[in-house]
Design a protein around this ligand. Structure first.
Ligand code: FE2
Length: 163
């Protein structure tokens, strides 16, 4: 054993996520890397893993008309997503507040999110949509939310489809 000096700074072991926008845009532009993985599921939004590293995961998602996630966050993960085909709608909700913002995203547009960012993504159009998402460090830790008319986004007990 050895003594730890009193002024020792504890550093996080979590690897820093490289620029998430650069990651999703780079992979989106390289269609040979993911086009063969793409599937559509008439019953639920489809997702497939493109790449996993120690620092992040990259997922390919497809959205048929009307398919959506529930309201959710990504736990302590941060990341970004970009639309590569079609169009998606992102609803952003602030925890404990009624602030509610809609973003209409067309192919080529990207959104970035930090830890505890609460949103819902949907395909409100009549055409299929495809998107690529990066989560650092992973997609695994998600929390479902429900929208309370007074308190805004509050943690929900039931899980559902995320993305
Ligand atoms: Fe999400």
């Amino acid at each position: 054993m050895f003594a730890v000096p009193e002024n020792t700074v504890v550093l996080s072991l979590k690897p820093a996520l490289p620029n998430p926008t650069a990651i999703v845009r780079s992979i989106a532009a390289d269609r040979d890397r993911w086009a063969h993985l793409l599937r559509y599921d008439p019953d639920t939004r489809w997702s497939g893993l493109i790449e996993r590293t120690d620092a992040y995961e990259v997922w390919l998602l497809s959205w048929l008309p009307g398919q959506r996630t529930n309201l959710h966050d990504h736990g302590g993960s941060e990341g970004a997503f970009t639309v590569v085909a079609g169009a998606l709608t992102e609803r952003v909700v602030r925890i404990g507040r009624g602030v509610d913002v809609l973003h209409s995203l067309k192919a080529g547009q990207t959104r970035v999110f930090g830890p505890r960012y609460v949103h819902q993504v949907s395909n409100e159009t009549t055409d299929p949509a495809v998107s690529i998402h990066v989560f650092g460090p992973s997609r695994a830790e998600m929390t479902p939310y429900r929208l309370d008319p007074i308190e805004g986004a509050v943690v929900a007990e039931a899980a559902g489809p995320f993305g």
